[in-house]
Ligand binder design. Structure first.
Ligand SMILES: [Zn+2]
Length: 593
């Protein structure tokens, strides 16, 4: 059907010909040569004090190379997502990984040189040549000082491919090989783990109960395998930390997210203090579903009947419209993204599940990927990813080292965009039932951030502390998990998920440790930004762009102080954000009276 906005994205304008592209291959070759040349010049730079100019050039060139490496990774990611059977694209993703590891090597060699400069020399160089990326370079220097010698770090990096990261690969391989037998309407099906997980969110409680029983059973049968992967993955991480003299397991994740432990504690403490205000929602939802208490698999069970399908065109127009009420610039950008075919939304088989936004820094463009089937949650996802795209877009002219922002603030622009659209949808809902479904889905997300993610955080911190003493058995891991879940959900559920530590991939991710609290931070931080936007009105727009542009150039405490005039280490900011969610609880209770 011919529509105003194409549902297929345009990748040919970046590199024509998809995974067959000769232009792409040329670009990869050129980038590889550049990286090798950079590494060579770094090795040849033996008299640093006489040849500082050379280091300056290398750092400048490394920024350009970074943009190209990211461009290739992003483009290949688009190819593998749009067609999972594209074998050439899969091969190319191996090449992209190699380039990325070459680039990491260059960065480590730059660290090595930076460490040879004394503080005065380093600051003089940054001041004169790199004022725009001062934060990034100082951060690198500080982190390098805190690590082992560059030679030892390079060895650790090398060994981690077949050690540390290999446990994550092993985890994925095991999960991919698992099958869960499921019976429905007299037919027996062999489901993949992902398919079985979808059954846990089924409308019908009987299906959920049955699916959860089989789910737990399967993980129980395999629990010793996963106790092995998680224990060794953690053991590698802790071993390296110990050699570096790091005693706090949160040191690395906090540094990656550029936040202090005081901020993290203020966030969780304020959430914990407010949990009783969310209990009425869980109790009411249980009643609504005809239950005394919710079980683990009921918390996110859908309620009400799904509302009518929203055509893609209409979703796009309404997103542009709603964004425009907060920021005409954001609306303008979004319109352009649709018109230039930066969005892949078609509902067809063979596409990767899920949604993402990816940045092509060398082209100064972005691409959004999802599968649009017309649900309200699809509209939220589309808005979410476009929020990410706008974030990257306002930073496109900045030097590459000033564009790297962490996961916790990455979710700010996206969640903000999603809030605009979901709030508008609630206001425009035509029936109470429609309104209820929308509010419930908003609350479900908040509960996930406040309770589910909290349980993951409690489990992970405790597990790493215990792991310092030795390996944990599957039984011990189960107990630790249930204890964390009971605490996070204030003992409000009738049944918990002991094998969540095995079933949730996030505990087995090695690229980023503690893949949990940044989500909750991003959600609440963007609520704070949203509250600020509502207060400021039209004058908010430019301040918002400035905030986004600073996300790669300061820590989160400075960012919040400078742009929102708030102190993240104090409860006040978090309380205000949580209060916004409590309003939804009140509305939910009103609608289900
Ligand atoms: Zn996101």
């Amino acid at each position: 059907m011919q529509t105003k906005y194409n549902q297929l994205w345009d990748l040919d304008s970046v590199f024509p010909g998809g995974s067959e592209s000769t232009e792409l291959r040329g670009f990869i070759q050129e980038t590889k040569e550049e990286l090798i040349a950079l590494e060579q010049s770094l090795q040849q730079l033996t008299e640093l004090h006489k040849e500082q100019q050379k280091l300056i050039e290398i750092i400048e060139n490394a920024q350009n190379a970074a943009a190209k490496v990211r461009e290739i990774g992003a483009f290949v990611g688009c190819l593998t997502a749009q067609n999972m059977a594209d074998k050439k694209a899969i091969q190319l993703s191996g090449t992209a990984k190699e380039l990325s590891s070459l680039y990491q090597g260059v960065l480590t060699s730059i660290d090595e040189k930076i460490l040879q400069l004394n503080e005065q020399e380093l600051q003089a160089m940054i001041k004169e040549h790199f004022p725009d990326v001062a934060f990034y370079l100082n951060e690198r220097a500080e982190r390098a000082k805190d690590k082992l010698s560059p030679a030892e770090e390079k060895l650790a990096q090398k060994l981690s491919t077949s050690g540390y990261h290999a446990w994550a690969d092993m985890y994925n391989a095991l999960v991919n090989s698992m099958k869960i037998t499921f019976e429905e309407n007299g037919q027996t099906e062999e489901l993949s783990v992902g398919q079985a997980e979808n059954k846990l969110a089924n409308n019908d409680r009987k299906v959920r109960v049955d699916a959860f029983e089989k789910w737990e059973k399967t993980w129980t049968e395999n629990e010793d395998l996963f106790a092995t992967t998680i224990n060794h993955l953690a053991g590698f991480r802790l071993g390296l930390y110990e050699k570096r003299g790091w005693t706090n397991v949160l040191k690395e994740p906090l540094e990656i997210n550029r936040m202090s432990e005081a901020t993290l504690n203020a966030m969780w403490d304020t959430i914990t203090k407010n949990k009783s205000r969310f209990m009425p929602y869980l109790e009411q939802k249980a009643k609504y579903l005809g239950l005394e208490k919710l079980a683990w698999y009921d918390v996110h069970a859908p309620i009400g009947s799904a509302s009518s399908s929203i055509p893609y065109e209409e979703a796009a127009e309404s997103i542009i419209d709603q964004f425009g009420k907060f920021s005409p610039k954001m609306a303008e950008f979004t319109k352009m993204a649709f018109e230039k075919d930066w969005v892949e939304a078609e509902n067809r088989p063979g596409k990767r599940p899920g949604a993402f936004c990816t940045t092509l820094p060398a082209s100064g463009e972005t691409r959004v990927f999802m599968t649009y089937s017309g649900s309200a949650s699809n509209v939220s996802t589309l808005a979410h990813e476009l929020g990410h795209a706008y974030h990257a877009y306002v930073m496109r002219d900045m030097p590459n080292f000033a564009q790297s922002y962490a996961m916790n603030v990455a979710e700010t622009a996206s969640t903000f965009a999603e809030l605009i659209v979901s709030d508008a949808a609630v206001q425009q809902a035509e029936t109470d039932e429609e309104k209820l479904v929308l509010i419930e889905s908003k609350l479900g997300r908040a509960i996930a951030f406040f309770m589910n993610i909290h349980a993951r955080f409690l489990f992970e911190t405790r597990f790493y502390e215990k792991r310092k003493e030795g390996l944990l058995s599957a039984q011990e891991l189960n107990e630790l998990m249930v204890e964390a879940q009971k605490e996070a959900y204030c003992d409000s559920l009738s049944e918990y998920h002991p094998h969540f530590w095995a079933a949730k991939q996030h505990f087995h991710i090695t690229g980023v440790p503690f893949y949990n609290f940044p989500y909750t931070f991003g959600f609440l931080f963007s609520l704070g930004v949203y509250a600020h936007a509502l207060e400021e009105g039209a004058s908010f727009e430019d301040g918002y762009v400035e905030l986004l542009r600073d996300t790669g150039s300061m820590n989160v405490e400075e960012l919040a102080q400078k742009h929102l005039n708030v102190d993240l280490t104090k409860a006040e900011f978090w309380q205000k954000a949580i209060d916004l969610v409590v309003k939804d609880v009140d509305q939910f209770l009103e609608l289900t009276k």
